[in-house]
Design a protein around this ligand. Sequence first.
Ligand code: SF4
Length: 229
Amino acid sequence: MEVIKLKLDVTEIELDALIPHQTKSNPDQETIEGQARRLLLDIKELVTPTLLYEFCQPCFDERGLVLTFDGKKLAFSPEDGLSDLKAADEVFVGLATIGPAIEEKIEIYNSRNELLVSYILSELSVAVMGQVIKKIKNLLLDIARQRGYGVSLVHIPGSTPGLPLSLQPLIVEGLNGRAYGITVNEHDIIKPFYSVTFMVGMGSNYARDELLPKCPGCSRKDSCAWRNK
Ligand code: SF4
């Protein structure tokens, strides 16, 4: 299992995108922008963007897709919509997080009823996750190019149709997430909250050379970092 600390560049975060269109002509916009600029310092100090990943050899048997992590075999059942990975020479299994500190800060603002600050900080956290995802996409595509591979669609538990959130505990277990403070609750939600798990098939059987998720009809697709360059 590999761990990479990703570099964050807060100057790349577009504050303008955080402000809802209906408030753009509102005098409060200045205040929101000013607060966002100030909160970027919190972001810079508190987020620790990290990627845990493993390249696994895919093996399909009666249990479904069986992946081996450091000698530990985990079975992802056939109902989990992973048949697309049958064509893979290797499956990249990843878990990206920006760490727990920022959500703890958001909870503090919530407890003080400072809801605007909490809202801006959570939107900034989403923007940071977007930047992290873009970096991961570039990393993955570089690896695929170096190996002469194409890539599958990106499979994201809870987002990709047919991929339930219940895959997340398996991914966290396979990547030894607990050793990095990453846990999954009884609803299969990861803690830290600003985290994502995903799987991508790579191999000579795929013609695709760009990474896209398979989530038709998503209302956030125009701003989705998985979809956009
Ligand atoms: S399009 Fe993007 S934001 Fe929407 S569900 Fe898919 S991955 Fe998530």
